[in-house]
Write a protein that binds this ligand. Structure first.
Ligand code: TLP
Length: 342
């Protein structure tokens, strides 16, 4: 069956151009720092993000894990939003590897403000663990792909730094955020200490994420990556696809965002279905608590029509658009939604 796969943008497959670049990639042993293609990708990412250095990683989870370890000490708290990926989808790596606990804050559309963060910052005391790090997710996956306004990031970072703390951004989909705001990733990254972003989601590379930050942090990060089993040797084969992802793919993300809005509009027109947030990027979260069918029933019925999506809770379904979902497929999905729910 030719599935229309809206489960995630992680399902994208490498293009013919990427596969050719992978086949032809110049490689060396990256644990010795000798893979020219990885080195080129790391230089390119650092340059694009306006940071001193970058690190090529197998996954976004490893990038967030390394960043949290870099910026904290054991026994500290990491302030994040309640639906953050680092808290809910990374197997407690912040506890397992960095010895930290999360201090989650519930925020409208998943977007924290400085005043919310300030109220949760703790000094070391006889009872409380001190705050070690502020983490923000941009775009925010489980809040429906919401995007931080630049000013909010600048405000949070300025006050975070004045308190002697660091701020890390889970920018798995930062290129979607930039496309939505009409700015560069450098603009978004400027106020924060480190950013993790993924090559293997909307940008279409088969594998890979990056961490960007200071030279000193990335040098330490390289050792942490090795500890986690992320020394990838002739990784230039993967980095070659990553370079194409960075150079060619960001320009087309607006298409995915338009497709997500089409799905959101169709869902919002259905009785009892509530679409979360403003649908600024490629993620649509629909709440079925007031609908005559549950999120699981919706997912099953869509699957019978050849359309895959994920439920993210008993009441909510998530639909993610990406480069392997064409305009025609979106029309098919919209028709299916109307047939099932209208
Ligand atoms: N997200 C995946 C799942 O893990 C939920 C998805 O399908 O959306 N940060 C954010 C914001 C993410 O959405 C993800 C992956 C990651 C980090 C982790 O990336 P990987 O899967 O490369 O470890």
């Amino acid at each position: 069956m030719n599935w229309i796969d809206l489960r995630s943008d992680t399902v994208t497959r490498p293009s013919a151009i990427m596969r050719k670049a992978m086949a032809e990639a110049e490689v060396g042993d990256d644990v010795y720092g000798e893979d020219p293609t990885v080195n080129r990708l790391e230089r390119k990412a650092a340059e694009l993000f306006g940071k001193e250095a970058a690190l090529f990683l197998p996954t976004g989870t490893m990038g967030n894990t390394i960043a949290i370890k870099l910026h904290t000490e054991h026994g500290q708290e990491v302030i994040c939003e309640s639906r953050a990926h680092i808290l809910n989808y990374e197997l407690s790596m912040m506890a397992w590897f960095a010895g930290c606990v999360a201090r989650p804050i519930v925020a409208d559309r998943g977007l924290l403000s400085w005043s919310q963060i300030e109220a949760e910052i703790r000094p070391l005391g006889p009872h409380s663990a001190p705050t070690g790090l502020i983490e923000i997710e941009n775009s925010h996956n489980m809040a429906g792909g919401s995007v931080y306004p630049l000013q909010t990031i600048q405000e949070i970072a300025a006050v975070t730094h004045s308190r002697g703390l660091k701020i890390h951004m889970d920018g798995a989909r930062i290129f979607n955020a930039a496309a939505s705001l009409g700015c560069t990733v450098r603009d978004i990254a400027a106020p924060v200490d480190s950013v993790m972003f993924c090559l293997s989601k909307g940008l279409g590379a088969p594998v890979g994420s990056m961490l960007v930050g200071t030279r000193q942090d990335m040098d330490r990060g390289r050792l942490l990556r090795k500890r986690l089993g992320g020394g990838m040797r002739q990784a230039g084969i993967l980095a070659a696809a990553g370079l194409i992802a960075l150079e060619q793919m960001p320009a087309r993300l607006g298409e995915d965002h338009a497709h997500a809005r089409q799905l959101a509009t169709a869902l919002a027109e259905c009785q009892g279905v509530v679409v979360e947030g403003h649908v600024e990027t490629n993620i649509v979260i629909a709440d079925f608590s007031k609908s005559r069918i549950s999120a699981a029933q919706f997912s099953k019925a869509m699957q019978e029509k050849g359309i895959l999506l994920n439920t993210i809770s008993p009441t909510k379904a998530r639909l993610v658009t990406h480069l392997d979902v064409s305009a025609e497929s979106i029309q098919v999905a919209v028709t299916a939604i109307r047939q099932l729910l209208f």
